[in-house]
Design a protein around this ligand. Structure first.
Ligand code: PMP
Length: 290
């Protein structure tokens, strides 16, 4: 299954309220979402047949669309039910769900007044984001050439497709340079996040993570902060300068796909996955299967 291209698989995709045959579920080339990135999406993990934080993700999908100035024509409850339906139909036990909403083809002007809003939900079996052996020593990151934009430069708190342009370029550059991912600074020069996951570091037993004021405040990020606090670990949300990475012993990424991924290095800064990362990983894996 996993080597099949995504447009040529068996089964169904939930598409505008119906189950649609996977390999026949297409959009027209002239659609607003493709041309102008009027498109928002989500990524949800399924553990033992159950989507984790389903409601939070569908609420964020609604909110992301609102920020881009369109309304999703299905309620959060309807999206939750649709998601459960397609997961059951596809028989996915441990995998990923991709809900996506975009503007259609009625108008192709920049402002497409009255364009229809389309919604699809696809799901597939999927294991780790990074190869399993990397979780021991951690992944290696380089610095991205790109900076997270200011909140008045881009709709930074939406999970909008357009925001991923700099992520896909950065990730490609990282991998071509022999790294697993790239770390991005923000428009002020503070440490922000990786190309698809939030950043945490551990210094002298305390956690430090950037304030999510110009990038996605991840659902995993919030979950990990809660786990840390429940385990008596102090969490400092603050602006972090890149040179402060040298004060940390451990560092990790969080995200729906990345879960909690230990970091081995960010450019010249080296980290060793330790006690705090191990505890959080253990508690997180318990929580997702509760
Ligand atoms: N930042 C970016 C750019 C992401 O793509 C993701 C993954 N959705 C995250 C952070 C983490 O968000 P979450 O924990 O909600 O998956």
């Amino acid at each position: 299954m996993s080597n099949e291209p995504f447009d040529d698989r068996d089964g169904y995709i939930w598409y505008n309220g119906k189950l649609s045959v996977w390999r026949d579920t297409n959009v027209h080339i002239l659609n607003h979402g493709l041309h102008y990135a009027s498109c928002v999406f989500e990524g949800i993990r399924i553990y033992d047949g159950k989507p984790f934080k389903l409601n939070e993700h569908n609420e964020r999908l609604h909110n992301s669309a609102k920020i881009l100035n369109f309304d999703i024509p299905y309620s959060v409850d309807q999206l939750n039910e649709a998601t459960k339906l397609i997961v059951k139909e596809q028989g996915v036990e441990n995998g990923y769900i991709r809900p996506i909403a975009w503007l259609g083809s009625e108008h192709m002007k920049i402002y497409a007044a009255g364009n229809s809003v389309h919604v699809a939900i696809a799901t597939w079996e999927w294991a780790g984001y990074f190869p399993e052996e990397l979780y021991e020593k951690g992944i290696d990151l380089c610095w991205s050439d790109w900076k997270r934009p200011a909140p008045d430069t881009a709709p930074t708190n939406s999970k909008a497709a357009g925001l991923y342009m700099i992520c896909t370029i950065s990730k490609k550059q990282a991998q071509q340079g022999g790294f697993h991912d790239a770390m991005m600074l923000d428009y002020r020069g503070y440490v922000a996040e990786a190309t698809g996951a939030n950043f945490f570091m551990v210094a002298d037993g305390e956690i430090h993570t950037p304030i999510a004021d110009c990038f996605l405040d991840g659902i995993t990020r919030r979950t990990v902060i809660e786990i840390a606090k429940n385990n008596g670990i102090k969490v400092n949300e603050r602006h972090i300068k890149p040179e402060e990475l040298s004060t940390a012993q451990e560092a990790f990424l969080t995200g729906t796909a990345a879960e909690i991924t230990p970091i081995g290095s960010i450019a010249e800064h080296k980290f060793v996955p330790g006690e705090v990362t191990a505890l959080l990983r253990q508690e997180y894996s318990k929580l997702v299967r509760k």
